[in-house]
Design a protein around this ligand. Structure first.
Ligand SMILES: [Zn+2]
Length: 473
């Protein structure tokens, strides 16, 4: 063989080898691509799995893409997010991604935890310690990005000449603030707290003993109270008792108690609280308030409500008087007999429970009511009943202060305002209903107002003012 022939043959072999390698590579790549497609039907890019985000941080949704197919033909899959993440709520939340590819669906559930890593912020306005080393004043506030104002959660201590404020938020992020060498001073006097009411209203010859006061000092703890002034319950007038307390830094505080002694018979301001339609489940708490202020009231009761409450009204010194058994106008004002039949029923109940034969009455609707004319067949029943009352020894009571709790007043505030704004200079007979909780709720403030403004409270008796409206039927 010539060397030329040999070279041609060599070239021919190399070409074949190259083609062979090229074909094998193509097959390999094809197989790889094919297998890649089978093995990794879905390629997810940018998906981070479960993540953590700061409170009120941003969650944009995981910005990832998904492809399917093979390396020669890679198609984008559709991704749909189901649900959302609320980063203003701490804790773990879940969101689902639905990926659609090749007619199939794959779901990925991502867990996102919202955490609060921010410490609360402590702001100190002023701080001082007592001459004896106790903490005196530390005026500060603590605000937290998540919990809001958590000033009351802070712990304050004094150690090594430092006031140390420590506080943790609900995610246990702790903040500490130290105030080095705080000023030693005590500028505040003791706080005096009176036992009993600040304004005491008494009738002449009522018994009353000064209830005293307590004094507490920030630096010294409990300190002595000096009492000055006197009063005479047998002489009408306004008396002042002064309480004084001093701490070890000579800071002095004073408080006063006003004791008003009224002569009821000399045309003073007297308030008669009266309650109709009870007793009810609210009457017990009304009795608690009356007891707290030592106020006596009048209850025009029905045959409804608990027996023991009527007994309690009587035992606690209130007047138990008569309203009605049925409170049904069409019945009780249909005839004189019907009226007294109804009244006898409630009178019998009161006698059974208290032993008292009450003759004190409040007409349903008041003596001036015109409703009775709808049912009495024209006999002018109110006029007849008033005459009958005189013959049979009954007294009836109307009112001259209407709380309007049976009308348009539907809150304790309205009842309170209606009463205190219309109190009279002489006698005020106040109409309320103890079957209305909001009306009962107004009583404590009415008493406080009255006692602070020179009114005495009393219960109705057979000889009390009757605030008659006048009969119209
Ligand atoms: Zn009534």
């Amino acid at each position: 063989m010539s060397s030329k022939k040999k070279r041609v043959k060599k070239n021919y072999k190399r070409k074949h080898l190259m083609v062979f390698i090229f074909i094998v590579s193509l097959i390999l790549l094809g197989v790889l691509g094919y297998f890649k497609c089978i093995k990794n039907q879905l390629n997810l890019k940018g998906y981070n799995g479960d993540i953590t985000i700061n409170y009120k941080g941003k969650y944009n949704g995981d910005d990832f893409t998904a492809c399917y197919g093979n390396m020669f033909d890679c198609k984008k899959a559709k991704i749909k997010r189901i649900g959302d993440i609320d980063t203003s709520k701490l804790g773990k939340q879940k969101v689902t991604y639905e990926i659609e590819y090749n007619g199939k669906k794959k779901k990925i559930v991502q867990e996102v935890e919202i955490v609060d890593k921010e410490k609360p912020v402590i702001k100190v306005e002023s701080a001082s310690i007592c001459p004896n080393g106790k903490i005196n004043t530390v005026n500060f506030t603590v605000t937290d990005n998540y919990d809001g104002d958590i000033t009351d959660k802070a712990k304050v201590e004094y150690k090594d000449n430092k006031i140390i404020i420590t506080v943790s938020d609900s995610s246990k992020n702790e903040a500490v603030k130290e105030i080095k060498d705080p000023v030693k001073e005590d500028k505040d006097g003791p706080v005096i707290t009176l036992n009993g009411n600040r304004v005491v209203s008494l009738r002449v010859n009522d018994s009353y003993e000064d209830e005293g006061a307590k004094a507490e000092d920030k630096c010294d703890g409990e300190v002595k109270v000096k009492t000055e002034g006197s009063f005479n319950t047998s002489v009408a007038g306004s008396y002042t008792i002064t309480y004084t307390a001093k701490d070890s830094s000579n800071n002095e505080s004073t408080e006063e108690r006003i004791i008003n002694v009224y002569d009821v018979n000399s045309g003073e301001r007297v308030v008669y609280l009266t309650f109709d339609d009870g007793p009810s489940q609210y009457t017990g708490k009304l009795l608690d308030v009356l007891k707290k202020y030592n106020v006596k009231a009048t209850f025009f009761v029905t045959t409804n409500g608990p027996d023991d409450i009527i007994k309690r009204e009587y035992n606690e010194g209130h007047t138990v008087a008569l309203h009605t058994a049925t409170h049904v106008y069409s019945y009780l004002y249909s005839s004189v007999d019907s009226y007294f039949e109804d009244l006898n029923a409630v009178q019998y109940r009161v006698k059974n429970l208290t032993g008292l034969n009450s003759t004190m009455v409040r007409f349903p609707g008041g003596s001036s009511n015109m409703i009775s004319a709808n049912y009495d067949g024209g006999i002018h029943i109110m006029s007849i009943l008033v005459d009958e009352f005189e013959k049979r020894g009954y007294q009836y009571y109307d009112w001259n202060v209407d709380s309007d709790d049976a009308g348009s007043a539907t809150t304790a505030d309205e009842v309170y305002n209606n009463v205190v704004s219309t109190l009279k200079e002489g006698s005020s007979v106040v109409l309320q209903h103890d079957i209305k909780e909001y009306s009962v709720d107004a009583v404590e403030r009415i008493i406080q107002y009255g006692q602070a403004n020179g009114y005495t409270f009393d219960k109705l008796t057979p000889s009390s003012p009757k605030a008659h409206h006048g009969v119209n039927n």
